[in-house]
Design a protein around this ligand. Structure first.
Ligand code: CA
Length: 229
């Protein structure tokens, strides 16, 4: 399977030039012109790397990056305007694999893509976790098992996914919308109380006293977090 690259850029000519050059370099390329389109494409065909414009018609490339990376690590190269704020640039230097400032030569971008993919495949990147163990709860993603203090717990798929997300970022307060997007998808417009119901079920499965949880905590005004101690 050829390496799949998702290009998200709202300027049609630039998107086309980038797509053309990456395809010539042997990559399979999907092109999106907005964040919404990018999320749909990424769900249909998960990319190996994303090239994201910062200024998109329906939001910032930085927010899109967070949404694309919810469940997994995805290498990202940002395309930034020459007049970008220093704050954004500093954020990129911390969070992105690389970024290219417009105007750039597509050849330069193709070279950067190659360099990031090489770094990833050389294993200088951490591997996806196969197991989480926090606060007496063990999730074995290979066996698809959850144990609480050595007791095996059966969880339906949505609860399993929700727990996996919470545990993979234990100690971090995760927003309600982020959790809903990750578990039910960004096009979910159903009852957001579904999240609370699933949390309640998870607590019933994992907590000694579900009404006084010490693992799955409510973070008022934000969402939930898995306590890391
Ligand atoms: Ca733009």
């Amino acid at each position: 399977m050829p390496t799949h690259i998702l290009v998200v850029e709202d300027e049609p000519n630039l998107a086309e030039a980038v797509q053309y050059s990456l395809e010539r370099a042997g990559y399979k390329v999907s092109c999106a012109h907005s964040s919404a389109e990018a999320i749909l494409l990424a769900r249909q065909h998960p990319p190996d790397l994303a090239v994201l414009d910062i200024g998109l018609p329906d939001g910032s490339g930085l927010d899109l990056c967070k949404r694309l990376q919810l469940n997994r690590r995805l290498p990202v190269i940002f395309l930034t305007g020459h007049d970008q704020d220093t704050d954004v640039i500093l954020g990129l230097e911390r969070g992105a694999d690389d970024y290219v400032t417009k105007p750039f030569s597509v050849g330069q971008l193709v070279a950067r893509v190659g360099a990031v993919l090489r770094r990833v495949s050389e294993g200088t990147e951490p591997k996806a976790a196969e197991r989480y163990e926090v606060n007496e709860v063990v999730m074995d993603l290979i066996r698809h098992e959850v144990r609480v203090a050595d007791r095996l717990v059966e969880l339906p798929p949505k609860q399993f996914e929700l727990l996996k997300l919470l545990m993979s970022r234990a100690g971090e307060a995760l927003g309600r919308q982020e959790l809903i997007d990750a578990i039910w998808g960004v096009d979910y417009f159903g009852d957001t109380r579904a999240l609370d119901t699933h949390i309640r079920w998870l607590r019933e499965a994992l907590e000694e006293e579900p009404s006084q949880p010490r693992r799955i905590l409510t973070v008022r005004g934000i969402g939930y977090k898995f306590a890391d101690k």
